[in-house]
Ligand binder design. Structure first.
Ligand SMILES: [Zn+2]
Length: 132
């Protein structure tokens, strides 16, 4: 259910920006969500459609996913995690508990499972288009 809370906080955040920039209408909002972040995009879009009003009446709401970037704690190598290399069951586990990733992913250089997630979690506003 946190998709609804997220949609609300996006609207709140964009409303603040709109006030600051004196925008009368928001044409487009793009949010980027880390690949490992557990968010149902359909529910988030639906929640946004239900909540939008006033300056958001005609807003196009776009969701992009961000790749997961990892850094080995032993040798310092950075790499992009490719989820297609894992089977569906593993992806589910990682989705629910990102820490479980350590059991399945190893450094491509030194094979250490001791890495940190640099990017792949979190949600941020990528772009806002408005009109004055
Ligand atoms: Zn390494």
């Amino acid at each position: 259910m946190h998709e609804w809370a997220l949609a609300e906080s996006i609207i709140t955040a964009v409303t603040k920006i709109a006030t600051k920039r004196k925008l009368k209408e928001i044409k487009e909002i793009t949010v980027r969500i880390g690949e490992l972040q557990q968010i149902e995009e359909d529910i988030l879009s639906f929640a946004f459609e239900q909540l939008k009003k006033d300056i958001f009446r005609n807003t196009l709401f776009l969701i992009l996913r961000a790749k997961t970037e990892l850094e080995c704690q032993i040798c310092g190598v950075k790499w992009i995690f490719r989820r297609q290399n894992l089977d569906e069951d593993t992806i589910e586990k990682i989705h629910f508990v990102p820490e479980v990733a350590h059991a399945y992913i190893k450094c491509p250089n030194c094979k250490s499972p001791d890495f940190k997630i640099i990017q792949g979690r979190g949600i941020w506003l990528e772009k806002i288009k408005g009109a004055k």
